[in-house]
Design a protein around this ligand. Structure first.
Ligand SMILES: Cc1cc2nc3c(=O)[nH]c(=O)nc-3n(C[C@H](O)[C@H](O)[C@H](O)COP(=O)(O)OP(=O)(O)OC[C@H]3O[C@@H](n4cnc5c(N)ncnc54)[C@H](O)[C@@H]3O)c2cc1C
Length: 500
């Protein structure tokens, strides 16, 4: 579909209006619906979701073993205690989210199979017009809303990222991306080659290794992992003491966040020490003779990319048992039987899994217009990684990389509710963020400092994202510990907000 097609569509028979329209029923959108209905009970709102159920990431990823890589005490919402083991399967996360929807009567606000194609702001009406397609019937649906709450995540759900390697078409086996894992993929007794060594690989490999003839993990460069037990001792102790689950949730969250703050600080202050500790953690599982130097000694500073927690060291146990093995090399080309490496070695496989990451999607691939003019988000400057200059009445939930995503979804939900209350008190219909006089000469930089955080999907698509400035107000600092105090304290009458 071209940009013009998306905007010139058959007129839907009716237009429904809501005070707030939430895009996406993933963990952020469902959280937004909860906060809106509890903090602003009179607000009318709808959640539009392109898929046929809630869960987002946890609904559409179906590869074997799919699980979180951060703990659910902090990935869970602030308001709903997590009572299971820290690392959870997608099924457990969906059950938790389903409970939130049911307990708070949120289902009536959610419309599934509604894929949004365009969002147009009119300054005359102070409203967004949102055009969606009902993917079940093909019918056009139109909505208007006073405020747009973007909870569409950050990557394209329909397909993952697979680099173009020479001669891929010559491979006679099957090539699979974890994001579109075929339900009937038969890997039993097969040789499977997994390309990439991030969190997905750490999840898939232990889940399939026992059934495969062998699993080879091919990585261009090593990744950091934190092996540990999938159990939170503090939570268990508090449970033995019969403490209320709501208290346990709060205490355990504080303890985890306290420990993570120390860890994050140390990765900047003493990266070499942290690096040695992380590598020693892996060595414990693989023994003194394993070539850790080649396969598990990353070149980057810890935390420049997400560090995946590996429950009970399961991927390392697979390697130690001989069911899985690591190869660190580069791909020269695909061959009919597998992959030829730059070293000259050929890896043979029946199935190749490309665990090579995501394609970034800016605002759910929705075509935006402001007063009839197409909007390119790369031309905007972000206010704290949540609002954008020149884009009224809109907020995007982009979570944390070094802490659980949902911590920010909760914080920003409080912010949206506070902002809407403030607008009501001022009888304002529109809010914009704008650079202050002292920001006018500020250098505009790419969305993320690659020295701070540099995963491939961000590096590939940084040019599509809004710009950041050199002050905390004009960037997504990725610093939960700072934002937990700063965001609730934002002065909504500060010069960066304009109301009308
Ligand atoms: C495999 C995997 C594991 C992860 N593990 C963790 C973890 O352990 N901890 C952590 O903090 N983070 C993790 N993440 C990051 C994760 O994506 C976020 O934490 C979180 O789930 C994102 O939630 P969300 O609701 O913001 O977005 P999503 O889960 O991406 O949901 C967005 C929803 O919006 C819908 N949508 C998008 N565009 C449109 C449109 N145009 N029209 C209608 N609907 C639309 C989508 O269909 C989707 O349902 C993981 C990511 C992946 C892929």
């Amino acid at each position: 579909m071209t940009a013009t097609d998306a905007l010139v569509r058959p007129e839907p028979a009716i237009t429904e209006h809501f005070d707030v329209l939430i895009v996406g029923a993933g963990i952020s959108g469902v959280g937004g619906a909860y906060h809106l209905s509890t903090q602003r009970p009179g607000t009318s709102f709808v959640v539009l979701e392109g898929l046929d159920s809630f869960g987002g990431t946890w609904w559409m990823h179906r590869y074997p073993g799919i699980r979180s890589d951060s703990d659910l005490h902090t990935f869970g919402y602030r308001f709903k205690p997590w009572v299971g083991a820290p690392i959870a399967t997608a099924e457990e996360i969906l059950k938790y989210m389903g409970d939130v929807i049911e307990e708070n009567d949120l289902a009536r606000h959610i419309r599934y199979n509604h894929r949004i194609a365009s969002a147009r702001w009119s300054s005359e009406d102070n409203r967004w017009t949102i055009d969606a397609t009902d993917t079940a019937t093909g019918e056009a649906r139109r909505f208007t809303a006073g405020f747009l709450w973007m909870c569409q995540g950050y990557y394209r759900h329909s397909e993952g990222y697979t680099p173009e390697w020479p001669d891929m078409d010559k491979f006679e086996g099957q090539i699979v991306h974890p994001q579109t894992w075929p339900e009937d993929l038969d890997y039993k007794g097969k040789n499977v080659l997994v390309i990439g060594s991030g969190a997905t690989t750490a999840t898939v490999v232990p889940a399939i290794a026992a059934d495969c003839a062998h699993v080879t993990v091919l990585q261009r460069s090593p990744t950091y992992f934190i092996p540990g037990r999938n159990r939170n001792d503090l939570a268990e102790t508090l449970r033995e003491l019969d403490i209320d689950e709501a208290w346990i949730h709060e205490i355990v969250r504080r303890k985890i966040l306290h420990d993570q703050a120390i860890f994050t600080r140390r990765t900047f202050e003493e990266p070499e020490v942290v690096r040695r500790e992380l590598i020693a953690g892996v060595r414990q599982f693989l023994g003194p003779d394993y070539d850790i130097e080649t396969h598990f000694t990353p070149k980057y500073r810890p935390w420049q990319q997400r560090v995946a927690f590996v429950p009970d060291g399961d991927i390392f146990k697979g390697i130690a048992s001989g069911k899985a093995s690591m190869v660190t090399d580069e791909i020269d080309c695909f061959t009919p039987r597998g992959i030829l490496l730059k070293s000259g070695e050929e890896l043979q496989a029946d199935i190749i899994v490309t665990a090579t990451g995501f394609n970034l999607s800016v605002m759910g691939d929705i075509q935006f217009q402001i007063d009839g003019k197409p909007l390119d988000f790369a031309d905007t400057v972000t206010y704290r990684g949540m609002m954008f200059t020149g884009v009224p009445n809109m907020l995007w939930v982009f979570g944390y990389f070094r802490a659980s995503w949902t911590l920010r979804a909760d914080l920003l939900a409080d912010f949206v509710c506070r902002l809407l209350n403030h607008m009501d008190a001022k009888c304002a219909k529109r809010v914009d963020v704008t650079l202050r006089p002292e920001d006018k000469d500020m250098e505009l930089l790419p969305w993320m400092d690659s020295n701070n955080f540099n995963p491939g999907y961000l590096m590939r698509s940084m040019h599509l994202l809004p710009k950041r400035g050199d002050k905390p107000e004009w960037q997504h600092t990725q610093d939960y510990w700072r934002e937990k105090d700063e965001i609730p304290a934002i002065d909504l009458d500060g010069p960066e907000f304009i109301y009308s």
